[in-house]
Design a binder for this molecule. Structure first.
Ligand code: GLN
Ligand code: ZN
Length: 756
């Protein structure tokens, strides 16, 4: 059996591309040096795959920033504001990715969005009425030739026409339907150019096919490919999908003239069912995505081979493949020197997955595979006990009842009790939690990590930062204070470090966008709280002031969504385990005299399933309860806040209400105030603090500007329910910006109060 890889990570195993790009941006290295880094990485990645015995290796999966951006450039969709800058090819490209500011001009970058249900972000191509799509670049051809020159025949990968048109933004009167002819011609030209190079296979990535599709969209997909495929002569075309199944277009997809179809058998819950019900065409090759491209665990060969056997009943022409690009996993476990081998042996990052593909492709053809060493070694790992299994945690989860998810007193009554207790003015002012992470704050943490100072010394410093922060907020006249979050740099890692069941890596970076990489912690076993996490800091802060100071926690759904999850228990179980750990912390904070507790769910919206019909059954039905689990035990007087980063939750407004928090703050100023209309229309009950200014920009908002934002909000939101706060935490800003902005915020609130 042959094997294929949809795409390989590209930042480099030690993030070489990130560092080279950043140097290039700062003008420290030349364009040529940056090109050279790219070339070396491509070569390294191809050779790795060849040496691992992979048969279908991708090219053009490399990018200096993002593949959607590359495709926009390839199709000549470069908006005029960039060409007007008259920069060279590279600089134009990066100006689209990052914006550009100099005497030559000042232009904004493309918008950035989450790539389906991953934490990777793509750049959103912009299409205008006068955009003339046409094949205009040579990147895929150059990279194909580059691989060929070192003796490797690759399958170039290009984002498909359907996905490109679906994800692009249309900025005039025209829409996707108006660009069909041109895009068809462009893709035909791509096919014929590769044909001339003698390329054997090309891969068109069409992940948009796994989303909910209307009839019109299915028709558009069919029209596109009927026409595009007329352009192929010798080259074979693989239509690749991932992140789900193609339930809305399986029949259409399989009746088109593709030579190979790539389907995801892991995230695609219905993929096997589709094949079982409809069969798979004999004249095509099935690229079966069976090695997980998103998680970091070794495949369980027994399960994978069973799955393969089922698939074999419907077709003999199978190539085994990753379920999606390996872009979403780190490079290799070889970089992890600190983790013990009992843990490491269960991991499989990109490089290790190549070996799995190879081993599986051999085992899949052996009658006696159960006797093979590779198989037996793999069995041994899966038959061994989990290292961090915890019977007590498991029992606690199974005992949970409705009561654990429900606050005893209902919202209205709580609201009264809380108003009486806090005596806050109308439009109370507050912040989201973090204050600037100054060089001193960072220095303190790094000295502690390096062992240069001990816990007592470290805490002494943190307490000093807290005191300064409290004084500052009192001077500003804020109503509800925060301690400033100086003890943490990351809202998930910090909690993970105080929870059993978590494992941290050294170099397991995954690209999030452009040069930015993240290193998600790994949930390895049952999760429980090891020790109080934030209590001493919050208690100290509250002791300094008569005003309420919010306790500040990260919620279970966000902790889970920003970690690599286990595969041997359900997401629900993990969320509930984390929820119980956070509940202990909540109860300790309450006992320590903290009267307002904020539980951030910044990433709640992120993992909402791609398919609407799965929103509840697969996600919200446990995600919302997991949050409630954290605060169900608190007294009615204790006020629970939450925070979400993006306000794009119009469609799940009622579910957000169901979290049963007393107050929610969220980012609103950048995304316009559209959400507020939805809150009003759907009778949102939670008190709200829509951010009144954007903290991602160094701009200081004027009092008048904030006054206007508040007045607009008051048209739709009851004055008794409105809070005043910035969009998000202030950790990335500097102190002078924060002081000036918050001063204006407080003054704006005061001014508007007098008008009420
Ligand atoms: N409490 C966190 C902070 O203020 C929230 C961060 C976030 O929403 N991403 O930094
Ligand atoms: Zn936020």
């Amino acid at each position: 059996m042959k094997s294929a890889v949809i795409g390989y990570p590209r930042v480099g195993k030690l993030r070489e591309l990130k560092f080279a790009s950043e140097k290039y941006f700062r003008g420290e290295i030349t364009e040529k040096a940056l090109e050279e880094t790219g070339k070396n990485l491509r070569c390294e990645h191809w050779c790795l795959q060849r040496d691992a015995g992979i048969d279908y290796i991708s090219s053009n999966d490399f990018s200096f920033y993002d593949a959607m951006l590359d495709t926009a450039v390839l199709l000549n969709a470069v908006p005029k504001r960039y060409t007007d800058l008259k920069l060279n090819r590279h600089e134009t490209y990066f100006s689209m990715a990052r914006g550009y500011q100099s005497v030559q001009g000042d232009v904004k970058a493309f918008a950035m969005k989450k790539w389906f249900n991953t934490n990777y972000h793509y750049l959103v191509p912009e299409i205008y009425d006068d955009t003339k799509l046409g094949l205009s670049g040579s990147k895929p051809f150059d990279e194909y030739k580059e691989a060929k020159a070192i003796g490797i025949e690759t399958k170039p990968v290009v984002i498909g026409a359907f996905t490109f048109l679906r994800l692009a933004s249309y900025n005039g009167r025209k829409n996707a339907g108006d660009f069909m002819e041109d895009i068809i011609q462009s893709y035909r030209d791509i096919l014929s150019s590769f044909d001339q190079l003698g390329t054997q296979w090309i891969q068109f990535d069409e992940p948009a096919l796994v989303t909910d599709l209307s009839k019109e969209e299915v028709t558009r997909f069919v029209t596109l490919y009927k026409e595009i495929l007329k352009g192929k002569s010798n080259i074979k075309v693989l239509l690749q999908t991932y992140f789900g199944d193609v339930r809305d277009c399986y029949r259409e997809l399989t009746s088109l003239d593709f030579d190979g179809i790539g389907l995801d058998f892991l995230e695609g819950k219905k993929t096997l069912e589709l094949i079982t019900a409809n069969g798979f065409p004999e004249d095509k090759i099935l690229f079966a995505g069976i090695v997980n491209g998103k998680n970091i665990w070794k495949s369980d060969y027994k399960k994978t081979l069973e799955l393969l056997n089922k698939i074999k009943k419907y077709t003999k022409n199978i190539v085994i493949s990753t379920s999606c690009s390996l872009l979403h996993v780190p490079y290799t476990v070889e970089n992890e020197a600190k983790l013990d081998s009992g843990i490491l042996q269960r991991f499989s990052f990109a490089k290790e997955k190549l070996r799995e593909l190879r081993e599986l492709s051999v085992l899949a053809e052996r009658e006696d595979f159960e006797a093979a060493c590779e198989y037996l070694d793999n069995r041994r790992i899966f038959e061994a006990d989990r290292l961090y299994g915890d019977k007590k945690v498991q029992a606690d989860i199974s005992k949970l009842s409705e009561e654990d998810f429900t606050r005893k007193t209902d919202r209205k009554e709580r609201e009264q009790l809380q108003k009486k207790q806090f005596k806050l003015p109308l439009l109370p002012t507050t912040t989201i939690g973090s204050f600037p992470q100054t060089p001193e704050v960072k220095k303190n943490r790094s000295s502690f990590r390096k062992g240069e100072i001990d816990q007592t010394e470290y805490d002494k410093q943190v307490f000093a930062f807290i005191e300064d922060c409290i004084r500052r907020q009192e001077e500003l006249g804020l109503d509800v204070l925060v301690h400033g979050e100086f003890e943490r740099n990351d809202m998930v890692e910090f909690f993970g470090e105080n929870l059993a069941g978590y494992v941290f890596t050294d170099k397991a970076w995954v690209q999030s966008y452009g040069t930015r990489c993240v290193k998600p912690p790994i949930i390895f076993g049952d999760v429980k709280r090891i020790r109080p996490i934030t209590v001493k800091y919050s208690e100290y802060a509250q002791g300094l002031t008569r005003k309420p100071v919010k306790g500040m926690l990260t919620g279970p759904v966000t902790i889970l969504n920003w970690s690599f999850p286990r595969e041997d228990v359900s997401l629900q179980d993990m969320a509930y385990q984390i929820g119980l750990a956070i509940r202990e912390e909540v109860c300790d904070l309450e006992r320590a005299g903290i009267k307002i507790i904020q539980i951030d769910e910044a990433a709640l919206k992120e993992k909402l399933p791609i398919r609407r019909e799965e929103w509840y059954s697969e996600y919200l039905d446990w995600a919302i309860p997991a949050f409630r689990l954290c605060h169900s035990r608190v007294k009615p007087e204790t006020q629970i806040h939450t925070h979400m980063c993006y306000s794009e939750f119009e469609e799940i407004v009622k579910d957000i209400d169901n979290m049963d928090a007393d107050v929610i703050s969220f980012e609103a100023s950048r995304s316009g105030l559209t959400i507020i209309g939805a809150l009003q229309a759907k009778h949102f009950e939670t008190e709200v603090g829509p951010g009144v200014y954007d903290i991602h920009s160094p701009r200081i908002p004027a009092v008048e500007e904030i006054v206007q934002a508040l007045q607009k909000m008051l048209e739709k939101i009851d004055k008794n329910k409105l809070w005043v706060n910035p969009d998000c935490g202030l950790k990335t800003r500097d102190i002078s910006e924060v002081d000036a902005s918050l001063k204006n915020l407080v003054n704006a609130a005061k001014r508007v109060r007098t008008q009420l």
